[in-house]
Design a protein around this ligand. Structure first.
Ligand SMILES: C[S@@+](CC[C@H](N)C(=O)[O-])C[C@H]1O[C@@H](n2cnc3c(N)ncnc32)[C@H](O)[C@@H]1O
Length: 256
């Protein structure tokens, strides 16, 4: 670890006890969820339904893990697929540069596999027209349908490093089923990122027309699933670093 990293790690240990920071975070999270803040952003031209802080954390993880394949459930407008594809393209570029090779953009090494129950025609068209689309495979169907999971497994193949993001239906039962299906694909030292765990900490009134809410959401699924899966641990350092995140307790690291 460099001196800078050691200082940063030490600083983060003070965060949980910093009540001013914790209160400011809780106030911002609640107000920003009410204001639909996550719908305000684009990644390389496509709408991405995420918070910028989570995108930065994702970039740090992709650089650390260097995945060959990223699996995502929940495509929507495709912004997160393009984010993953762009970071994987950057990894390919950096590795080619390191060994003095030319990057062949027609034959990308690293890939993204996305699943959505409803890939709207205009979104599919825009994603397929994106310059990074040759890294992306989209599969339409429910992420917990065994036939769809099998298609994802085939698409992942024998990739050495796999990272998974779960961001589809946010009910407890659905996310628990996704964890059972997709977490085994995550390779040692890599991550399963479970989005929207923050629902547990929000007032129930925030989700009047949704099947999820406090008590029934991705965080309750993570808690239930981790009880039987000690091979995964919550990376609390990411939570302490981000504060502003839709995935508190959702960055799950597979132990090496
Ligand atoms: C929050 S959005 C995904 C946002 C996207 N990951 C991003 O960052 O821009 C949730 C998506 O999950 C999809 N979805 C809902 N239920 C699903 C299911 N059972 N299987 C797969 N996808 C589902 C919805 O169609 C919707 O597009």
């Amino acid at each position: 670890m460099t001196e800078f990293e050691e200082e940063s790690t030490a600083r983060l240990t003070d965060v949980p006890a910093n009540t001013a920071l914790q209160q400011a975070t809780a106030t911002f999270m609640q107000a920003s969820v009410a204001a639909q803040y996550s719908y305000n952003f684009f990644w390389l031209g496509r709408p991405i339904i995420q918070y910028p802080q989570d995108m930065v954390a994702f970039q740090e993880l992709v650089w650390k893990v260097r995945p060959d394949v990223i699996v995502e459930t929940g495509i929507a407008h495709g912004g997160s697929l393009i984010l993953s594809a762009s970071l994987l393209a950057m990894l390919d570029l950096c590795e080619a540069t390191e060994v003095g090779e030319m990057l062949d953009t027609r034959a990308p090494k690293r890939r993204v596999v996305g699943v959505d129950i409803d890939i709207r025609a205009h979104n599919r068209t825009a994603i397929e027209a994106h310059p990074l689309s040759n890294r992306i495979k989209m599969i339409e169907g429910s992420s917990i349908d065994e036939a769809i999971v099998a298609q994802v497994r085939t698409a992942v193949g024998d990739a050495k490093r796999v990272l998974v993001c779960l961001d589809s239906n946010h009910t407890h039962d659905h996310v628990l089923a996704e964890l059972k299906a997709y977490a085994p694909m995550v390779t040692s030292g890599s991550y399963c990122i479970v989005f929207d765990t923050l629902i547990e900490d929000m007032p129930a009134e925030e989700y009047p027309d949704r099947p999820w809410g406090p008590g029934d959401n991705p965080k309750t699924a993570v808690q239930a699933w981790l009880a039987d899966h000690p091979e995964f641990e919550i990376d609390k350092q990411i939570d302490h670093k981000l504060l502003i995140s839709v995935a508190p307790d959702g960055f799950l690291r597979r132990r090496s």
